[in-house]
Design a protein around this ligand. Structure first.
Ligand SMILES: Nc1ncnc2c1ncn2[C@@H]1O[C@H](COP(=O)(O)OP(=O)(O)OP(=O)(O)O)[C@@H](O)[C@H]1O
Length: 827
């Protein structure tokens, strides 16, 4: 028998209309309907169990139709539009055709006389509808790989190209830098109506948007991206900084993972172009896999890691400040007009900029304010723009900045990059030095390496800041997979069917299918929709939001696809009736979600007779009823307006508690729960180890080409050492590097043994001072390493200098073990 579907499923159908429809068919609570929800087998009307609605002895009116246990009303999202036909078909040999004249003409129209390395291949692949990954160093002209096809596609027919770029703040700059023939707009909240119309009307060639705007947008999201049926056909989508898609990259961003799926499922995009400047071969393969393209075949272009015009050097000066000043005064850097000095810590940028201004004053002929200035993301937007503008127009010679400076910076004549601290890995190093010499003319890069490995300790702190222990993972896993009753209900249903009637042949068949599913390890539970409140979870687990998101992403990436991530949502709904309890009861008559909420609370023994407001988890409620969240929320919001169109209804509906939103199973066995925890823990620890090894390998490589004093490099560059470093970088990007962490560990082992007594005594001391507070071993290790966390922020714990950062030189995990032992002993 066809099962009735939920009234608010898929689209918003007024309840009454829906109810009438099913009443006509005689199925409203008859035959197929049951008066209990699938989350429990308790009837809302009589409190009994396991009966059909028509047999219910309960009194009162039921306002909703729960769907029968065991049947799943599946929400079918609207089919995506068909993919756009490529401009050119493939040749008879299945390969990309020779470049037609039309393409060269378009290239000239965009203002270029010839293609640069790799551009032609990439452009022709996209015009032939083949997804492609382009790995080219900064400044080599990756943007043309999307600009030209976007232009040509738009010339042929009304269509649009989507460009997903992480640099929201620089999108306007990116647009102004496009060739004049190419019309582009970027999606943001204050987009004008005419821009919106231009996008819908196909008058725009390129639409720039952030990954978040896309993942949350489209048909079922909340961004300002017009829905797929309002957009002109999408020719192809370009993903800038595509390495962020790979969890093995240096800059993994969980929401990038969902990008490709959204582009395919929601917008029907088949042709994807990934652009990145820094990806090892392993990362590039992973990205290619996510973009759905054949491994090697899809990585159309890979250039040498470091452009030949860059001259590299490294030194291990004891007095870095002095060495920096000498370097900037020397012949090699002294004559360079545009220089960026990178520091790891924000506080350091201001100090170094002041140092340079003071020491270089008079040695160069320009006003003081033009010599050097600092830049970091903690500064106000106006300040940052001022510094950036001054640097761009050549008024400011040196910017001392954190890595926040330079992303998306299109200044072709930056002549020098100085690393005051070691970068966190080779990828970051290559990306940062790549900001110099984009015009192809010689540029100089120097790195100061702390001979004692001080930077190494500093950078390791950042790695530990993101890792989590097994116990915390277990707590998260319990939140993600709370037990459901699907299996139990399924069994009860089977028993009931057996007792009640002789099953029909159809039912026997259906039952056999279900039993097959169960014996074949297929789940009865189909995944429930859940909301995990962000702030509350961050506080209870003491992990940053991004950390939780990454763990959830790992679960989504698992071959068994343990969870399915949805766009974050507000999960708590509060309905306040200014007309008092009577109005609340009247509201329940017309609003199924409010009715369900009241019914459940009544069953739980909560008396609502005098209440004029209710608060409930709208995601859990919708899920238990088999309703889609979006239409339920829309219907709830609608309660605020009078149904007669006379304005305010006297009801306030508020949504709060921004939450991770996902679908996950609720019938995992204990073993499965353990294996999920083990899987996550293994992922976290292997990533931690890999990152630590990378860091150490990076340090060793720089050390191997470093000379003791930068004075040697102030006048001229050592070509031999520069080439050696380039070769090391090339190896790193082209081969799988052999990473070895043992050496550093051994040295640390010895040192730790000497210090163990002191560390233990400090831990006891710390615990005795803060007796009222609760600490885990991890929390203490973080404090001793100077790592702030949501529950133990640097602003509070960093004030006590006796402990904060005190043992930064020792292995984090060992300190954590010592702390755990001491905590147990103190109990
Ligand atoms: N075929 C070409 N001929 C001449 N100039 C070109 C060509 N292609 C690109 N350029 C120029 O090269 C410069 C750098 O290009 P683009 O910004 O696309 O580099 P990119 O690889 O995207 O760099 P980044 O990684 O920093 O974003 C631009 O000024 C652009 O106009």
């Amino acid at each position: 028998m066809k099962q009735p579907h939920s009234p608010v499923l898929g689209m918003l159908v007024p309840l009454q209309v829906w109810k009438q429809k099913w009443q006509k068919k005689g199925e409203w609570f008859g035959g197929g309907g049951r008066c209990f929800d699938r989350g429990s087998d308790t009837c809302f009307r009589c409190g009994g169990t396991g009966h059909w609605a028509s047999e219910c002895k309960g009194r009162g009116k039921t306002f909703y139709l729960p769907w029968p246990a065991g049947s799943r009303p599946v929400y079918e999202p609207p089919a995506p539009p068909p993919p756009m036909e490529p401009l050119y078909g493939l040749g008879q040999d299945g390969k990309v055709r020779e470049t037609p004249e039309e393409v060269f003409q378009a290239l000239a129209e965009l203002g270029y006389s010839a293609f640069r390395q790799g551009q032609e291949v990439a452009v022709m692949r996209i015009l032939s509808g083949l997804s492609t990954l382009v790995v080219l160093s900064t400044g080599m002209g990756k943007s043309l790989c999307y600009q030209l096809p976007a232009y040509l596609y738009a010339k042929r027919s009304k269509c649009i190209t989507l460009v997903i770029s992480p640099l929201v703040s620089l999108m306007d700059d990116q647009i102004s830098g496009l060739p004049p023939h190419l019309k582009a707009v970027c999606i943001h909240s204050n987009m004008s109506k005419s821009q919106r119309e231009a996008v819908k009307g196909g008058k725009v060639h390129v639409l720039l948007l952030s990954p978040e705007a896309l993942v949350g947008g489209g048909r079922v999201g909340s961004s300002c991206l017009p829905s797929a049926d309002q957009l002109p056909p999408v020719a192809f989508a370009c993903i800038d900084e595509a390495h962020c898609v790979s969890e093995w990259s240096h800059n993994f961003r969980p929401c990038y993972l969902r990008l490709c799926k959204v582009l395919r499922d929601r917008l029907g995009v088949r042709c994807l172009l990934g652009l990145t400047a820094t990806a090892t071969l392993a990362t590039a393969r992973d990205v290619a896999h996510h973009l759905g393209i054949q491994e090697e075949e899809g990585i159309a272009v890979r250039s040498a890691a470091v452009p030949p015009n860059l001259h590299l050097s490294v030194s291990t000066d004891r007095d870095k400040d002095q060495a920096l000043v000498l370097l900037l005064q020397g012949e090699r850097f002294g004559g360079l007009d545009s220089v960026i000095v990178y520091c790891t810590r924000r506080e350091e940028t201001a100090r170094i900029a002041a140092l340079i201004r003071t020491r270089l004053q008079g040695s160069i002929r320009c006003p003081l304010k033009w010599i050097a200035d600092s830049y970091h993301s903690g500064m106000s937007a106006i300040e940052r723009r001022r510094v950036q503008n001054n640097f761009m127009c050549g008024q400011l010679r040196i910017v001392v900045a954190t890595v926040a400076f330079g992303m998306g910076l299109d200044k072709s004549d930056v002549r020098g990059i100085v690393h005051y601290n070691m970068p966190k890995n080779f990828e970051s190093y290559v990306q940062e030095i790549g900001r110099a010499g984009r015009d192809g003319k010689p540029a100089h890069c120097h790195l100061f390496l702390d001979p004692e490995g001080g930077d190494l300790h500093e950078l390791r702190r950042h790695i530990y800041a993101d890792t989590v222990d097994f116990f915390t993972i277990k707590k998260l896993v319990q939140k993600v997979f709370p037990r459901c009753k699907c299996l139990e209900l399924h069994r009860k249903q089977q028993d009931l069917n057996r007792v009640r009637n002789e099953p029909s042949s159809d039912q026997i068949e259906e039952q056999a299918c279900r039993d097959d599913r169960m014996s074949g390890q297929q789940r009865v539970c189909y995944k429930h929709e859940r909301a995990i409140p962000m702030q509350q979870t961050v506080e209870s687990l003491d992990i940053r939001e991004e950390g939780i998101e990454t763990l959830l992403c790992y679960l989504e990436l698992h071959p068994q696809c343990w969870v399915e991530m949805l766009h974050p949502t507000f999960s708590s709904c509060r309905v306040v009736c200014y007309g008092g309890p009577q109005q609340l009861r009247a509201t329940a008559q017309s609003s199924p979600p409010v009715a369900v909420c009241l019914a459940r609370e009544r069953l739980a023994g909560v008396d609502h007779t005098h209440a004029s407001s209710v608060e409930f988890d709208v995601i859990a409620l919708s899920d238990s009823m088999g309703w889609e969240v979006l239409p339920v929320k829309r219907a709830l919001r609608q309660l605020q307006w009078s149904c007669h169109g006379t304005g305010n209804s006297g009801i306030l509906v508020e949504f709060s508690d921004l939450s991770f939103h996902l679908r996950s199973y609720g019938d995992l066995t204990d073993q499965e729960m353990d294996s999920v925890c083990n899987f996550l823990h293994h992922r976290v620890t292997s990533r931690e180890t890999a990152t630590l090894c990378q860091l150490q390998a990076c340090f060793r490589a720089f050390q191997s080409v470093a000379c003791q004093a930068s004075a040697l490099y102030s006048e001229r560059v050592d070509k031999e050492r520069s080439s050696r470093l380039k070769a090391l970088l090339m190896d790193y990007f082209e081969k799988k590097p052999a990473l070895d962490e043992t050496e550093l560990m051994c040295r640390e082992d010895e040192e730790l043994r000497e210090w163990e007594g002191q560390i233990r005594s400090d831990i006891r001391n710390f615990l005795s001072i803060r007796q009222d507070e609760k600490f885990s071993g991890r929390a203490i290790a973080r404090i001793f390493h100077g790592i702030g966390s949501p529950c133990y922020p640097a602003q509070v714990y960093g004030r006590d200098r006796r402990f904060w950062r005190k043992y930064i030189h020792f292995d984090f995990n060992r300190i954590m073990r010592l702390a755990t032992e001491e905590i147990i002993r103190c109990k």
